[in-house]
Design a protein around this ligand. Sequence first.
Ligand code: SAH
Length: 232
Amino acid sequence: MSFAATVLTLYPEMFPGPLGISLSGRALKEGTWSLEARQIRDHATDKHRSVDDTPAGGGAGMVLRADILAAAIDAATLPGDTRPRLLMSPRGKPLTQDRVRELAGGPGAIIICGRFEGIDQRVIDARQLEEVSIGDYILSGGEIAAITVLDAIVRLLPGVMGNQESGETESFETGLLEHPHYTRPAEFEGMTIPEVLTSGNHRKINEWRKAEAERLTRERRPDLWAAHQAKD
Ligand code: SAH
């Protein structure tokens, strides 16, 4: 059973986009996951095929209509569909590696991309959409957020990443940021590689990496560091 992604968008031509390239692209071709981008506008009911209207109460911009989006969601939902319905939204819960891993372990996702000022609250409530944010900044639409969420999920699907271990030491997987990396040449603009890394002593190398991961996390992400310490 492969991971089935359905994206609802006003710009289906943005998909697969970057997801059609490299690891995720190969996995898509091999059927490790599937991707369907559906045009929300196909569910418009007037002759102008309009999907948005002015905000109740006044103010700037336009709002995606609840009835049209609900019809698009319902048409994308298969009988017995248990996939979570994610709404890309700056108001949502910030995406974490833990949530990404959960999603990757599930049957797939229906991902709804907002545009304009956002979408009518009633469809969020009526279709129990899970609002997901990819960070504290505003994009012009949910498509790039959806691509981001899917990229993070797909690389965790079985067989997608060649070297499974490289996923397990990655930043956040251990609750810490990752240690620095080095490779050839041995000297670059006068800078050498930390000696321990060329020592061949794997116990020492692991100790160094752990200490560096801890140092970087403490310095750069006091929030992660506090959470890490609270876990021990
Ligand atoms: N008026 C809204 C922003 C709308 S941006 C507000 O102030 O909250 C238009 C669309 O882009 C949103 O509906 C959402 O789907 C998407 N989007 C923008 N920023 C995002 C973010 N940080 N994470 C996820 N989706 C985002």
